[in-house]
Design a protein around this ligand. Structure first.
Ligand code: CP
Length: 328
């Protein structure tokens, strides 16, 4: 039976940990091109998806999601086809059902970046090929998987950031500061499944959905962690090992830009806020960043910022997801 990746809520903690284990192997098996060398590890994944094709249907712009999936398919011996908004024009030129049924005759999986989460759910329901959510208004599962993988990596690798070595995911506190959006929802699900403490600091009226928060708080409790909501950024980062933020104005919210910038101004991740967290707290951002709005240059460019490691891990984690969903 085919399996999709639409929301982290649908994954078990075991499945998440399996993705992380495979990501470790993938990262070791092929030193990334930037570093130049192949280290000759015994696992060779270069033909893992030979003959397989991934369709990327994107209704919004993208750097990380598109490029990491395309490069990932290439590195696994497969192929990808990018379909921009004008090409399929989902729901206008062609229904989601007809597009999915047709594509399923040609390709092996679909990454869908869409405005409305219901489109992802419908695509997954009608497609014969696995569907991966490449961002919807509710969820960004690939981002959250890469984020928690990055945190795990930073806190467990002795050669990483020294003061962090030895802490496991179970005794880390992640503070998410800003809009209770799709990224926040996916982080909540992932932290709850893995037993990671999470604080959310969001203005009143911009908190994550009540149902997501309640579900995550209950599950986190069962997994020995706590998830707390604050309407103040300083309270949210108190005791945090990691501070995470995202843009205040997401794609499609441009008309609300001025009002949002006013509402979120006390939720900026700046040096004052960082000083209120644990010493040497790591800084994360899913990118793209609006420098000078939700995060200042001196924080995103600081020595404790791991935003580009986080971005790189999109590639490694998504390769693991692709193998899990498409590998024979
Ligand atoms: N973080 C993220 O999804 O980046 P893109 O919008 O560039 O894909």
């Amino acid at each position: 039976m085919k399996k999709d990746l639409i929301s982290i809520k649908d994954l078990s903690s075991q499945e998440i940990n399996e993705v992380f284990s495979l990501t470790d192997k993938l990262k070791k098996s092929r030193d990334c091109p930037r570093r130049g060398l192949s280290l000759g590890f015994k696992n060779d994944f270069s033909k893992a998806l030979k003959g397989k094709t991934l369709a990327l249907i994107f209704q919004k712009p993208s750097n990380r999601t598109r490029v990491s999936f395309e490069v990932g398919m290439y590195q696994l011996g497969g192929n990808s086809i990018y379909l921009s908004p004008g090409e399929i024009n989902l729901g206008v030129r062609e229904s989601i059902k007809d597009a999915a049924k047709t594509l399923s005759r040609f390709i092996d999986a679909i990454v869908l970046r869409t405005f409305e989460h219901k489109d992802c759910l419908e695509m997954a329901k009608v497609s014969d090929a696995p569907v991966i959510n490449g961002l919807s208004d509710f969820s960004h599962p690939c981002q959250a998987l890469a984020d928690l993988y990055t945190i795990k990596e930073k806190f467990s690798r002795p050669s990483g950031i020294p003061q962090k070595a030895g802490k496991s995911l179970k005794n880390i506190t992640l503070a998410y500061v800003g809009d209770g959006n799709n990224v926040c929802n996916s982080l909540l699900f992932t932290c709850a499944k893995l037993g990671v403490n999470m604080n959310v600091g969001a203005p009143k009226g911009y908190e994550p959905e009540e149902t997501v928060l309640k579900y995550s708080q209950e599950l986190a409790g069962k997994n020995g962690a706590s998830i707390k909501l604050f309407n103040n950024a300083f309270d949210a980062v108190s005791g945090a090992d990691v501070i995470y933020t995202d843009v205040w104005v997401s794609m499609g919210q441009e008309e609300e830009a001025n009002i949002r910038k006013e509402i979120f101004k006390d939720f900026q991740v700046n040096l004052d806020l960082v000083k209120s967290a644990n010493k040497n707290a790591l800084i994360m951002h899913c990118l793209p960043a609006h420098r000078g709005e939700e995060i200042t240059d001196d924080v995103i460019d600081s020595k404790n910022s791991i935003v580009f490691d986080q971005a790189e891990n999109r590639l490694h984690v998504e390769k693991a997801v692709l193998i899990k969903l498409l590998g024979s």
